[in-house]
Ligand binder design. Structure first.
Ligand code: ADP
Length: 533
């Protein structure tokens, strides 16, 4: 016989004796069910179980009731116990398959019990009505559960967002507050450097403090930048510049560190002029961060290379080291702020885990991408930055003097003999290295008299002379060299201040050119290449 089942009818028709029996014997049914579930799912975690047991009496009671009475045509059965069960389970944790299995077992137990205790067989319609009531109870329970879960997840996400905002605000304030005292310390350290040290131990302590403070300044600045980006407060100051220029600036910044750690740094400048429209300071900062990391995560005496090349519409900057490397599964995480690889080898090198996060944010603000590559521990690492490059045709034609063809971009076509006279040993070593990198022969001296003596002995083509030399100052050194070597030598003044007065005095002393410090390699290269015309 084909039964024409209609859900609404099925739900509203009364099944009095079945409903009453379920209500009356709910506790016996529950007891049987309890034994069955343990037998049938012996390994279940049953986290929801106690709450199901607590809710089953009222669940069965209301189910029995809705079966027994004639419901209004479209009245919904009372789902409150099932819903409460679903909500309650949220707190206890659950597994959907286990719960469904428990309800299935409940269905079987109810059927068996009714078969046994009704004095007649269960009718087909009664069976379907019980199925329907149970299905609706399961559905109400699961919906209540997921409503609760979604609401809870939303609440957690909101709370996390708020906590993250608080943390960003706190870090911004912290970094800001640290910055001011640090700035005074840095200035005082510079002052101390100018005072002649009587005691080498004081000098040594000063040098250590200065290095450490600079490191702190770098960390604090990175932190400040990161929080600025997170709050949308970092603005890029875009200009058009050559990538090689940013590279040389970055290299200049990190050279002292590379030397201190005995690393060999090689630079492959692009063989063509590549221009970008970007915030030059920020691009330098990206490179400095990557180079610092390369130095930091490479054992003493390592090899580090930085290169740039054009690939289609992009300029690709690569920083490679043969250091401790990174495990494959950690590669993706290292760009997340405050992430450090938790291995003593990595951890022992300090840091906050903000450098790479900042690199990524800065590169992305420029519309570029950064990625990390490593073949594994001990196999070195490579960081690749891709930035949109300007098409050669869209770059305004450089003025003739700026055209110094790829001056820093390729090792100098003509190697020059250069004498560098500079009393600051760090600056002296850095600049000599850079000049050597460009293919020149460099000699250096750190005092005025030594400089003059070397000039006379080795007759350089160019002398770069710091004006602020103690004892015999730069002006006097220039005069003496000019007197000894005549016009055969090009004299270039290096000075921290470029006031008119300095320029005039330098010219009088016989200098051919004047370079402000820190030295722009582009500018220096231009002077060197002008010399050959
Ligand atoms: P920090 O150096 O302050 O820990 P970074 O954000 O700069 O933070 O780097 C995150 C992590 O990535 C580092 O802790 C380190 O484990 C790993 N890492 C970065 N650069 C290198 C590299 N060149 N070689 C190996 N590991 C690196």
């Amino acid at each position: 016989m084909i039964q024409n089942l209609n859900l609404r009818e099925l739900r509203s028709e009364p099944h009095v004796d079945v409903g009453l029996l379920i209500q009356r014997d709910a506790s016996i049914i529950i007891e049987r069910w309890l034994k069955r579930v343990v037998r049938e799912q012996p390994d279940a975690a049953r986290l929801h179980h106690q709450s199901l047991i607590d809710h089953l009496p009222s669940l069965l009671y209301t189910m029995g009731q809705s079966l027994a009475v004639q419901l209004e045509d479209d009245a919904a059965p009372d789902q409150a116990p099932a819903e409460r069960h679903g909500e309650h389970r949220w707190e206890t944790g659950w597994s959907l398959p286990e719960v469904v299995r428990d309800y299935q077992i409940l269905r079987l137990v109810i059927f068996e019990y009714l078969e046994e205790n009704l004095d007649r067989p269960l009718s087909f319609r009664e069976g379907r009505a019980i199925d329907l009531a149970l299905d609706e109870a399961i559905s109400a329970s699961v919906s209540a559960f997921s409503r609760q879960s979604v609401a809870e997840l939303r609440r957690q996400a909101e709370a996390l967002k708020e906590a993250d905002q608080h943390k960003t605000d706190f870090l911004a304030v912290l970094a800001h507050e640290l910055r001011n005292p640090l700035a005074s310390v840095v200035t005082s350290m510079e002052l101390l450097r100018l005072l002649d040290g009587q005691d080498p131990r004081i000098d040594q302590a000063r040098a250590i403090t200065e290095r450490q403070v600079k490191q702190m300044v770098r960390l604090v600045d990175d932190l400040l930048d990161l929080t600025r980006i997170a709050r949308g407060k970092l603005e890029l100051r875009r200009t058009v510049f050559m990538v090689g220029q940013a590279m040389t600036q970055a290299v200049q910044t990190v050279l002292p560190l590379m030397q201190a750690q005995g690393h060999q740094l090689t630079v492959d400048l692009p063989t063509e002029l590549i221009h970008v429209e970007a915030d030059e300071l920020r691009i330098v900062q990206v490179l400095v961060n990557l180079l610092n990391n390369a130095a930091k995560y490479t054992e003493r005496g390592g090899h580090i290379n930085v290169s740039a090349s054009r690939e289609g519409d992009e300029v690709v900057l690569r920083v490679r080291d043969d250091g401790i490397g990174i495990e494959g599964e950690k590669l993706a995480a290292i760009f997340t702020r405050f992430t450090q690889i938790d291995r003593s080898l990595h951890r022992s090198r300090g840091g906050l885990g903000v450098g790479l996060a900042l690199v990524r944010q800065l590169v992305e603000l420029h519309g570029g991408q950064v990625s990390a590559h490593s073949e594994g521990l001990g196999k070195g690492s490579e960081f690749v930055v891709r930035l949109p490059a300007l098409k050669p045709s869209s770059v305004p034609l450089p003025s003739p003097s700026a055209a110094a063809p790829a001056s820093t971009s390729t090792p100098a076509a003509t190697a020059r003999r250069i004498l560098l006279i500079e009393d600051n040993t760090d600056a002296c070593e850095t600049l000599s290295l850079l000049l050597r990198m460009l293919g020149h022969h460099v000699e250096s001296a750190t005092t005025g008299p030594e400089g003059v003596a070397r000039a006379v002995a080795s007759r350089p083509q160019i002398a770069l002379i710091d004006l602020g030399l103690p004892g015999l100052d730069g002006f006097e050194v220039a005069r003496q060299i000019r007197a000894a070597l005549g016009e055969a030598v090009l004299l270039v003044a290096l000075s921290g201040y470029t006031q008119e007065e300095d320029r005039r005095r330098a010219e009088e002393a016989g200098f051919d050119a004047h370079l402000p410090k820190p030295i722009e390699l582009e500018e220096l290269s231009r002077i060197l290449s002008d010399m050959s015309k």
